[in-house]
Write a protein that binds this ligand. Structure first.
Ligand SMILES: [Zn+2]
Length: 70
């Protein structure tokens, strides 16, 4: 099973303001003026459901079945 990963794509004054989920490319926005942008982004990431998780699992099954049939 693929592990989802949070990737910071933009920082302002060393504070993360834009991050994406590497698995489904959902974007998370932090507010550099709030002081806790890092944890705000992290909790948005923890709460989100990957959009393409079902699709990618189905794709992974298809790939392994194809490999097995060879
Ligand atoms: Zn995701």
């Amino acid at each position: 099973m693929a592990k989802r990963n949070l990737r910071i794509v933009k920082r302002v004054r060393n504070v993360p303001v834009i991050a994406i989920c590497e698995l489904c490319n959902t974007e998370f926005l932090g507010d550099p003026n709030m002081g806790n942008a890092q944890s705000a982004i992290q909790s948005q990431f923890n709460a989100h459901k990957c959009k393409s998780e079902v699709a990618s699992q189905a794709a992974a099954r298809t790939v392994s079945k194809t490999t097995k049939d060879k």
